[in-house]
Design a protein around this ligand. Structure first.
Ligand SMILES: [Zn+2]
Length: 136
C-alpha cells in the first residue's frame, strides 16, 4: 500500500552530528583539543526534567530508576564551568556557525532565519551537560 506523504502531512528532518576542528568549542571558549591530564572529578546523579510539553521522557525515567551515579574527570586546559553545567552557555562559536552554514549551502539545504539554544539533559551519563541548538 502506497502512502500519499503530502496528504498525511509527513515532514522529515535530518539531524547531522559532526565534530568540527574549530579553535574553540561551540558554547564556550575552551580549545577543542583533547587531553589525558586529569585535574579534578565531578560526581553526579542525573534526574529527568520535564520536556517543553510538560512531560517526562519514558526512556529518561527508566535510566533514572537504574540509580546510576557518575564520576566525570576533567582537565582545566580544555574544560570550564559551562561544560560542568555550572554556567550558562556562551554565544555559539562564529567559526562553527560559518562552517555549518557553508555545509548547508553546499548540500542545497534551506537555512532558517532564527535558531535557539536550549539545555539538553543526557541522563544516560554520556555527558555532564549539553546544549542543543534548535532551529525554527
Ligand atoms: Zn569550556
Amino acid at each position: 500500500m502506497l502512502m500519499d506523504y503530502e496528504k498525511i502531512g509527513l515532514k522529515v528532518g535530518l539531524e547531522i552530528h559532526q565534530q568540527l576542528n574549530t579553535k574553540r568549542k561551540l558554547f564556550c571558549h575552551c580549545p577543542t583539543v583533547l587531553s589525558d591530564k586529569v585535574d579534578g572529578e565531578v560526581f553526579r546523579i542525573l534526574r529527568p526534567t520535564l520536556s517543553e510539553m510538560g512531560e517526562i521522557d519514558r526512556a529518561a525515567l527508566l535510566e533514572m530508576r537504574k540509580g546510576k551515579k557518575f564520576i566525570y574527570q576533567y582537565c582545566k586546559d580544555n574544560c570550564c564551568l559551562v561544560e560542568l553545567d555550572e554556567e550558562p552557555p556562551h554565544l555559539p562559536s562564529e567559526e562553527a556557525i560559518d562552517i555549518a552554514l557553508e555545509v548547508a549551502l553546499l548540500m542545497n539545504m534551506n537555512i532558517v532565519d532564527v535558531s535557539y539554544v536550549m539545555r539538553k539533559i543526557v541522563i544516560d551519563g554520556s555527558n555532564t551537560s549539553g546544549f542543543k541548538e534548535l532551529c525554527f
